[in-house]
Write a protein that binds this ligand. Structure first.
Ligand code: NAD
Length: 392
């Protein structure tokens, strides 16, 4: 099959196996180049392991610290006529490289919100690992079915309290325009908290502890984005921000409940970057195109793997972690500091349809977007016939 990108709005509906493998290999190389990292995790569970920040966490655990990794993801397998999702191919590439390096890797593909998946994971840990000493919670999903009630909740990306008019960039039409986002009602806020809040993270930790598969001193972290004034109306203080606040509650609850096991739970705040999840959020493509421009000029630009390597090395397994007043690890300082934000705000104020490509790094954004699906990578020959039926 000759595979070329099929972009529909903010998503690409196919993926390239060789391109995904190349981008996984690039992240592995980055981690390997960091040298001896010292003490770190040994048996790691990554919930949301196949793309974005979760994949980078798995790569850092395995190739940085030599850890055994058990991953959970929700990806579509390939058929003769249709490619798999990018996360499927990333996972296949990860498994291949792990096998070559003699590293244990297992992945369970299915709904992480379900009780069934939690039970499958527990069985796998009992069978292969005994216990886990690090649990990464990196899910990004538009919906969640509550395993206790069977009710399906859907998240919304809306402001809270009042409507909000702002600039946005339509990647399909190459158009900068104003958009007015109507405020969410109470039901939409509650639904979003049900999907992206801390309830499921806590259910995971409850199930793992109850099954006796959590090692003493186990660390766990869930990822958040906090951002600054420019994104607060649509993120930090919006429906998704309300859900993310619930992660702070969950972290405190996990720490309280499992203090006798010395479980150490933190929310980790990471920088904004292009992933399948962030490209779906209104305003984010414009904001990220501008921060790429500013941060590349400042020499502070980082992708998923640099951020996660920094989190592990500096916070999770470092001597002097950057913590904020809510006990969160902060890895977003290079984006959210006042000087950088002032430069981004100045560009934001100036940007129009005519100046967008000059003032922003949309080329960089678009390259990273295509790369998520294994496209636009120099080392890959996209004219080559490839077999989409890749697995692990
Ligand atoms: P992503 O879309 O790249 O990854 C999501 C992962 O979740 C994938 O592995 C996917 O397979 C898995 N997943 C989704 N639904 C699932 C389900 N029902 N069962 C099992 N697996 C499922 O997203 P990302 O951007 O890496 O986001 C991960 C976390 O990081 C999120 O909590 C997000 O809010 C946070 N974060 C993202 C950014 C950003 O800019 N992208 C910034 C800071 C924090």
């Amino acid at each position: 099959m000759i595979i070329k990108p099929k972009v529909r709005g903010f998503i690409c509906t196919n993926a390239h196996p060789a391109g995904c493998a190349a981008s996984v290999a690039e992240q592995i190389d980055y981690v390997r180049q960091q040298g001896d990292l010292g003490e770190g995790p040994k048996n790691v569970l990554v919930i949301g392991c196949s793309t974005g920040y979760g994949l980078a966490s798995r790569i850092t655990s395995a190739f940085g610290y030599g850890a055994k990794t058990l991953g959970v993801c929700f990806e579509k397998e390939p058929s003769e006529r249709k490619t798999a999702t990018a996360g499927w191919y990333n996972t296949a590439a990860f498994h291949q490289q792990a096998a070559e390096a003699g590293l244990y890797a297992e992945t369970l593909n299915g709904d992480a919100f379900s009780d069934e998946m939690k039970q499958q994971v527990i069985e796998k840990i009992k069978q292969d690992l005994g216990t886990v000493d690090l649990v990464i919670y990196s899910l990004a999903s538009p919906r969640r079915t509550d395993p206790k009630t069977g009710v399906t909740y859907k998240s919304t990306l809306k402001p809270v309290g009042q409507s909000y008019t702002t600039k946005t960039y339509d990647t399909d039409k190459d158009l900068v325009h104003d958009v007015t986002l109507e405020p969410a009602n109470d039901d939409e806020i509650l639904n979003t908290i049900k999907v992206m809040g801390g309830e499921d993270w806590e259910l995971w930790m409850d199930a793992l502890v109850e099954a006796g598969v959590v090692a003493e001193g186990c660390k766990t972290t869930a990822y958040t984005y906090i951002g600054k004034a420019l994104t607060w109306p649509i993120y930090g203080q919006a429906t998704i921000g309300k859900a993310k606040e619930d992660l702070d509650r969950a972290a405190a609850s996990i720490n309280g409940k499992y203090s006798s096991l010395l479980v150490d739970a933190h929310v980790s705040s990471l920088k904004a970057l292009v992933t399948q999840a962030s490209s779906a959020i209104p305003v984010m493509p414009l904001y990220i195109s501008l921060i790429y421009k500013v941060m590349k000029e400042e020499g502070t630009h980082e992708g998923c793997i640099e951020q996660i390597f920094g989190l592990f090395n500096g916070c999770l397994y470092g001597d002097a972690p950057t913590l904020d007043e809510k006990n969160r690890y902060r890895m977003d300082g290079k984006e959210t500091n006042d000087a950088t934000q002032a430069k981004i705000q100045a560009l934001w104020d100036q940007v129009t349809q005519d100046t967008f490509h000059e003032l922003s790094d949309y080329a960089g954004y678009n390259h990273e977007f295509l790369k998520l699906f294994g496209f636009d990578i120099d080392s890959v020959d996209y004219e080559q016939d490839v077999d989409p039926l890749v697995g692990w």
